[in-house]
Write a protein that binds this ligand. Structure first.
Ligand code: AMP
Length: 189
């Protein structure tokens, strides 16, 4: 079984790469951002709650996020593994996630972080906002807030996995194919 965490700031290319990696290695792709957008699209109570935070570029509370993630994993009891995209995003999420993994006797094979500098992130997200229909991509101040939330609350998650020796950083600048090859090299190592 392979369980991967694709890590990095908003706009670093996690979603694009996670889809290709899921296909190549036959993994279930779980993007907590996509799950929230699905709930918002269906106007569920969970979606309404998440939207308040997403519109400001802030994180949805851990308890809501972890519960949703666990439900999604439980829907795929026979999977060959998972790729987690945008989760965990706080150390508390990483700790709660560890309990879920322990219960299932799963381990994280690799956490791979995509390294992209801030001005490039803002440029990519504003560009994506022209077609994504995502309100959190349309406003530069919301984008900058998402990046600062990443630095303050999410980047410590890297250290949580680094101490287990499973965290690696790769260059997130290049063509989609180049970055995909770098990721595969880590996964196959
Ligand atoms: P993303 O699609 O990964 O860029 O996520 C979009 C938004 O969804 C984030 O800015 C957060 O508001 C929310 N979100 C996604 N994943 C998480 C998470 N693991 N924890 C808290 N909030 C999240």
């Amino acid at each position: 079984m392979i369980n991967l965490i694709l890590f990095g700031p908003p706009g670093s290319g996690k979603g694009t790469q996670a889809k290709s990696i899921a296909e190549k290695y036959d993994l279930i792709h779980i993007s907590t951002g996509d799950l929230f957008r699905y709930e918002i699209g269906n106007n569920t109570p969970l979606g309404q709650k998440a939207q308040e935070f997403m519109d400001k570029g802030e994180l949805v509370p851990d308890s809501v996020t972890v519960g949703m993630l666990e439900n999604k994993m439980n829907m795929h009891p026979d999977s060959k593994g998972f790729i987690f995209d945008g989760f965990p995003r706080t150390t508390a999420q990483a700790e709660a996630f560890q309990e879920i993994l322990d219960k299932k006797e799963f381990t994280i094979s690799h956490l791979v972080s995509l390294d992209v500098e801030e001005n490039e992130l803002v440029k990519r997200l504003l560009e994506r906002g022209k077609t994504s229909g995502r309100s959190d991509d349309a406003d530069e101040s919301v984008i900058r807030n998402r990046i600062s939330v990443y630095h303050e609350q999410t980047s410590p998650v890297y250290n949580y996995y680094d101490k287990d020796g499973v965290a690696k950083t790769i260059n997130g600048i290049g063509t989609i194919d180049e970055i995909f090859s770098r990721l595969c090299a880590v996964i196959d190592s």
